[in-house]
Design a protein around this ligand. Structure first.
Ligand code: SAM
Length: 221
């Protein structure tokens, strides 16, 4: 599963350059029985299986440099751009991906894992969540994106005031869709008046945020 999509494009090139690196640990390698068991039934009953604390701890201790320890979990603090930026500044992260019903709480407590969620829905495993967290962080590393200002100008960025981004257009200036309707790029973007373009973009950004994510306007104004 790793590096998956992160082996491609800008993140892939940055990986080749050594701007970031990763190591995967197969938890099953730390099982102690012949069947390589990593889970067991939950105390108190109920559906599903729970990943064992002893096996996870052995896997964790096999890595010499753990840095900030994160358990990807629907129960966690929801990942946002501010948190991604903070995590991108860490030297090392250890990401624990759960399966089944999740992980024995004791190993999370003993090793002070932070819990981070990628949204209010449940995945089958933590791996896609880890890839998403990694992608959000890697693109913020120095040299990964061509223009260092790009991230600040995007949705949730500081230059956007934490709001959603304005709409983009490129050539041709006039385009006719397959239904026969003609669409023009807004006149203001074609006239080269940068102050007016900035004002227009700000208005658009506020209008889109108001329509789709009014919570962001409240948070950032
Ligand atoms: N029983 C758990 C619950 O109700 O909160 C869900 C377990 S889920 C089927 C299995 C694993 O997927 C979790 O241990 C976690 O690592 C990962 N996972 C699922 N949804 C996630 C989310 N929204 N964000 C991050 N990780 C998630």
């Amino acid at each position: 599963m790793f590096p998956g999509m992160l082996g491609q494009s800008l993140a892939g090139k940055a990986l080749e350059r050594g701007d970031w690196s990763f190591d995967t640990i197969n938890i099953r390698d730390f099982a102690t029985d012949n069947h390589k068991t990593v889970d067991d039934t939950p105390y108190g009953g109920g559906a599903g299986m729970v990943m064992r604390a002893d096996v996870i701890e052995s896997a964790l201790l096999s890595t010499p440099k753990q840095g900030r320890k994160i358990y990807l979990s629907p129960r966690g603090k929801v990942l946002n751009q501010t948190l991604a930026k903070e995590l991108s500044q860490e030297q090392t992260l250890t990401l624990l991906c759960g399966r089944y019903e999740g992980v024995d709480q004791r190993v999370l407590d003993a090793h002070e894992f932070e819990e981070i969620s990628i949204g209010d829905y449940v995945l089958s495993g933590g791996e896609p969540a880890a890839l998403i967290l990694m992608d959000a962080c890697i693109r913020l590393l120095p040299n990964v994106m061509g223009n260092v200002d790009t991230a600040d100008n995007e949705s949730f960025g500081s230059a956007t005031g934490g709001l959603l981004e304005y709409p983009h257009y490129t050539r041709p200036a006039t385009w006719t869709d397959s239904f026969g309707n003609t669409h023009n790029v807004p006149e203001i973007l074609q006239n080269g008046n940068h102050a007016k373009i900035e004002d227009w973009r700000k208005e658009q950004s506020e209008a889109i945020t108001q329509a789709v994510r009014p919570d962001l306007l409240k948070k950032n104004t």
